[in-house]
Design a binder for this molecule. Sequence first.
Ligand SMILES: Nc1nc2c(ncn2[C@@H]2O[C@H](COP(=O)(O)OP(=O)(O)O)[C@@H](O)[C@H]2O)c(=O)[nH]1
Ligand SMILES: [Mg+2]
Length: 329
Amino acid sequence: KRAFLNGKMTLDEASSVELLINANTEKAVENALDILRGKFSSFIEALRKEFIRIIANIEADIEFGYEDIEPLSIDEIQKDINDLICKLEEFYKKLKEQSYLYDGIKIAILGKPNVGKSSLFNALLEKRRSIVSEIPGTTRDYVEDRLEVKGFPLRLVDTAGIRKTDDPIEKEGIDIALSHAKEAHLIIFMVDGSKELEEEDYFIYDMVKSLNTIIVLNKSDLGLNSKTLDFFQNDAIIISIRNQENLEYLKSKILFMMDLAEDGIYVSKRNKFLVGKALESLKEALKQEKTELIMLYIREALDYLEELLGLITDEDVLDEIFSTFCIGK
Ligand SMILES: Nc1nc2c(ncn2[C@@H]2O[C@H](COP(=O)(O)OP(=O)(O)O)[C@@H](O)[C@H]2O)c(=O)[nH]1
Ligand SMILES: [Mg+2]
């Protein structure tokens, strides 16, 4: 808190101390340290200086424009703004959802019984955690475990196979599976690729197709059923757990679907939002023809950036942030 009040830290960097404490993976630690060292704020600060230079240029032009000096052309101003937009856009693309790195990504494996859900669960975890059996309906409850893929924490949930059943315990398991599906950030929907699709496959597919879903055709080692292959066409990933085929590809697809870039900067929703707003304002500035209106939107963008730099002096807000951890007071 002292460091913050002395102007050595932005609000965001102060919050990253809390991130550091919550970090479970090396990547999460690295990200928190990056922010603490100013990876985010120094970029914004540099950008702020450019904003101020542009504003000063335009203002000087308005205030002291003499007839014998060539006035700043709209073209020149627009070129400056365009450069800023490019820089900011590139930066914005790198900003990713922080909670994925610190709270984990919940992934539910769904499908009818016996397609290989528990086998996939174990293969990804690289241990025998869930019971695999040729008897359909073996997984009746759900099993959850954590794993790390390229430093990202995943919470994998193996669920009971979904089918019509009169068994009350199995029914309960299926209900639980469906509620996990609703809560999950991502669903892995698995079918047996060696067989023709059945009513249950279509039923589950209808439920998950509008959600964030990866379709997986398993058991490619048995040969693929052409009708099943045709139905999903290029939307599905073909794997064989038995032959360890395409599992690495599936992992990278998971990261891709969650927009988890390895070189991303993981920040709060609010920070990403503010950078996005600054970008919008700049694009609006670029559309304007009148210098006064251009200035208005540039200033608006600058306001968003300054909010990001945490130029907040409210003691209560600070206390709130610093009360969540007790170091550095
Ligand atoms: N041939 C073949 N069999 C598999 C594969 N993956 C799983 N199985 C078998 O399919 C059966 C059902 O597997 P399980 O993981 O329990 O399916 P779940 O009911 O969906 O959880 C087991 O006998 C597994 O050994 C695969 O890639 N190829
Ligand atoms: Mg199972």
